[in-house]
Design a protein around this ligand. Structure first.
Ligand code: NDP
Length: 599
């Protein structure tokens, strides 16, 4: 690619096209375009997966550690605490079982899209190898329950219970955990494993409250209405006209199943996703039998290195993610080896090339050229979450499936009878909102509760100008409190990897405090200030440099709006590998630098 004439696309034309596509989608209301699920919209949050709401007496006891959330974060934190010999814990979970994201997102086709051997936590501890390279939600949910069983966590769980408020009692040096069940549990330590994509959101489409048919959000799939289950077979839709709004990573997975059975499916698209090869396959049992102790951590680290651009002798995962980054890296290296283009230009060229490949796939799979054209994404790779699926694109060849492209503007209106785009009303029986989760709102709003630390100071106030922590895990003025989050911490596409590093780290600190008889451990102000400076010293975006101002709007770039707190709330800009190493060295050092312990 040293000669411009060898490039099989026109970079200037693509740059222009990307700019046009971004500009037409920019809107002043940014995150405000979405409707919070409360009041009249609160019913969209109801849990369709429990048979019966629990009735129980409130709990007022005391435990060593309360974990907020029973998803992968809470489960991994609990497992690492148990391994550290800390038994007196309680997990508070609003769902009816463990699983978190995988409890809620059991829409048809839900599947992890990072390889399951890296993604599912604690595989070696449970002596389990997933059945396929990419596990479906059912298996992941069962694995979550298996972690609960293996570490004897069910006895420590309060399900269908939502934390409403955390108060630090400075005299007693305990947190008081208030819940919607009237509990007031006292805890020496609290760890907040709320999950990053936890609060579903609805689009603020005029008339959304007037629709007389059925409607739900993908994270609360209504199988009573659709029939079937997470494996598909939605047999109650055979006489239904269905609309799905949104074409992000969730819709890419469930649209093929809707298309299979719905009498008529309308897919309302504002921005197409990149849809790359999936290539799922059953696990090779001989390979599984050959795995040696330490294999999972080794594989996770190999994957993380490859997607972080660190060359490895072998690519153990060898999939769309490693190919994506690997390809870009090749070009990057070529540039270093004396190509006459500068490095940013070569990276841009590599990105164009990858996106050309993605667009060519659309032509390969979609018969109607007009439909294919509308399904092509015109933005840089990593402006939006890459997706991988082999059935999504061919679904648009079905006679009962219609793509309704909104030319980047979104749906105009919802009426009593259906959905309006470009003056055309599409009458439907059911609207499925595949419109994602809150990301750009404040941490405490997304968590669903406020945290009051020393002298009653609210965490939202402490973080009003951006996150303030040491290592993303603890804040000055909020003793004995741990946060499991990407903000000021690590960021990797394999999120459970980060959760495990956090789980190990916090278990290490809690164990030390309990063993030494310390009643309080708090981040020192100076270390917090220093860590904030470290974060600001990098120029990463809110999600580890994903998205960017020149991208089409979405949650990766705060819906295209400037965000004054983004730089401070960004993950550690040195990358997750350096971050994990830094944590490990900090633990090995043994000085617990930056923390103040009180007896
Ligand atoms: P997203 O936020 O990615 O997608 C929301 C979709 O709704 C977008 O296509 C958006 O369009 C569209 N939308 C919003 N408002 C309107 C409107 N007014 N009219 C029409 N369309 C509208 O949510 P998802 O649930 O798809 O995914 C969220 C995240 O969850 C992913 O990014 C990923 O991190 C995770 N995920 C992971 C999976 C996995 O690991 N297997 C699977 C599924 C999700 P626009 O793009 O224009 O904003």
């Amino acid at each position: 690619m040293s000669e411009a004439s060898e490039i099989p696309f026109d970079p200037d034309a693509l740059r222009d096209r990307y700019r046009v596509e971004r500009d037409k989608r920019l809107r002043a209301d940014g995150n405000e375009q979405y409707v919070e699920m409360k009041d009249a919209f609160g019913r969209y949050l109801d849990d369709p997966y429990v048979d019966q709401s629990i009735e129980r007496e409130p709990v007022f006891d005391e435990v060593d550690v309360v974990l907020v959330g029973g998803g992968f974060g809470g489960l991994q934190a609990a497992a690492r605490l148990r391994q550290a010999g800390i038994d007196d814990i309680r997990i508070i979970e609003k769902g009816g079982d463990f699983g978190g994201t995988w409890y809620w997102n059991r829409y048809p086709g839900a599947q992890c899209d990072v390889e399951s051997y890296c993604y599912l936590p604690l595989l070696e501890e449970l002596d389990y190898v997933p059945r396929e390279k990419y596990s479906y939600a059912k298996e992941i949910l069962a694995h979550s329950a298996a972690i609960g069983e293996h570490f004897d966590l069910y006895k420590s769980a309060l399900f269908q219970t939502e934390v409403k408020r955390l108060d630090w009692d400075d005299d007693a040096r305990r947190w008081i955990v208030h819940t919607n069940q009237g509990d007031a549990i006292r805890a020496r330590f609290v760890s907040m494993a709320n999950g990053p994509l936890h609060r579903p959101k609805l689009p603020g489409i005029p008339g959304i409250d007037t629709f007389k048919g059925h409607s739900f959000h993908t994270s609360r799939w209504d199988y009573d209405y659709t029939g079937g289950g997470p494996d598909g077979g939605l047999d109650k839709l055979t006489d239904k006209r269905v609309a799905i709004i949104g074409t992000g990573a969730t819709a890419i997975q469930c649209v093929p199943f809707l298309g299979e059975t719905a009498e008529q499916l309308y897919v309302f698209q504002r921005t197409p996703s990149t849809v790359d090869v999936r290539g799922n396959r059953p696990t090779d049992t001989a390979w599984a039998d050959s795995l040696e102790a330490g294999w999972q951590k080794h594989r996770m680290e190999n994957f993380n290195a490859l997607i972080s651009g660190v060359p490895q002798k072998e690519d153990l995962v060898d999939d769309g993610w490693t190919d994506l980054i690997g390809k870009m890296l090749q070009h990057f290296r070529r540039a270093k080896d004396g190509d006459n283009m500068d490095i940013p230009t070569v990276m841009e060229m590599a990105n164009f090339e990858k996106m050309e490949e993605i667009r060519a796939r659309v032509d390969e799979y979609v018969d109607d050229p007009d439909v294919a054209e509308k399904l092509k994404p015109y933005y840089k790779m990593f402006c939006k979450r890459p997706t991988f699926n082999d059935d999504y694109l061919p679904t648009f060849n079905r006679a009962n499936v219609t793509l309704v492209d909104t030319n980047g503007q979104g749906v105009d209106r919802v009426t009593e009878n259906g959905v309006v785009v470009g003056g055309v009303e599409y009458e439907v029986d059911c609207i499925i909102y595949s419109t994602g989760f809150e990301v750009g709102t404040s941490y405490t709003r997304r968590s669903g509760y406020e945290v009051y630390g020393k002298a009653g100071r609210a965490l939202s106030d402490h973080w009003s100008e951006g996150t303030r922590t040491l290592h993303g895990m603890g804040s000055y003025g909020f003793p004995n409190l741990f946060i499991m989050n990407t903000s000021q911490g690590g960021f990797t596409a394999n999120f459970p990897h980060l959760l495990d590093e956090s789980a190990v780290h916090q278990a290490h600190i809690i164990k030390h405090a309990l063993e030494q008889g310390f009643t309080q451990v708090e981040v020192e102000q100076a270390s917090e200030d220093q860590w904030v400076d470290t974060i600001l010293g990098f120029s990463g975006g809110p999600l580890g440099g994903l998205g960017g101002p020149d991208c089409t709007p979405g949650y990766y770039n705060n819906e295209g709006q400037p965000n004054p707190t983004a730089a401070q709330s960004a993950p550690y800009g040195g990358g997750s590998i350096r971050f994990f190493k830094l944590l490990e060295e900090w633990r090995e050092d043994g000085a617990f630098e930056g923390l103040r312990f009180l007896s």
